[in-house]
Write a protein that binds this ligand. Sequence first.
Ligand SMILES: C[S@@+](CC[C@H](N)C(=O)[O-])C[C@H]1O[C@@H](n2cnc3c(N)ncnc32)[C@H](O)[C@@H]1O
Length: 191
Amino acid sequence: MPALAKQQKPGEKTRIWSAACSSGQEPYSISMAVEEGMRGILSTRCNDADILATDVSSSVLEAAREAVYDRLSLMRGLSQQRCNEFFVQRDEDSWVVKDSVRNRVRFRPLNLQESFYLLGRFDVVFCRNVLIYFSTELKAEILRKIHGVLNPGGILFLGSSESISGLSDLYEMVNCNPGVAYRAKILRPPA
Ligand SMILES: C[S@@+](CC[C@H](N)C(=O)[O-])C[C@H]1O[C@@H](n2cnc3c(N)ncnc32)[C@H](O)[C@@H]1O
């Protein structure tokens, strides 16, 4: 995000897609990181973002829109500081995500096997822990379609056990230390 901010105009929003968002933890976590980045908590300030969050399941999207999580969900990697800052406790065992975090995220249904044509273009795509459900051919097709909606040089994050296997013509690996991401290569027409 700070690297992107250096190329962006002031006020320009980063477009982010959480492509299999399940019950919302991923897009809301991204939104919290954006909020911290905008305040300069990361080493460099970053721009605000629009986050599109999609999933094939209408029931998980319904839960995601509600943005209510129990203690067990909050204990899975969320710091106490982020809990205090970005959630309001509703009762003994439920916390709701604050509006400032929710307002950045828009949910809609999407099957990754369908066209991405109407989604527009993105600077960053998260497609984590869903490609494991698909055949090698379908996985390659989805990764090609994601390349088609990434801005040149845009970044793709996959799950830790997933890779772009066989698509090095489309993506180059970027070491994030820890972890890796994949940068969309700019395709040049054949001479
Ligand atoms: C294991 S969760 C991953 C959630 C999140 N990305 C993460 O890493 O924590 C997988 C999600 O993929 C969704 N999914 C499965 N098949 C899909 C498809 N064809 N298109 C879109 N989403 C799909 C499921 O509904 C589920 O919410």
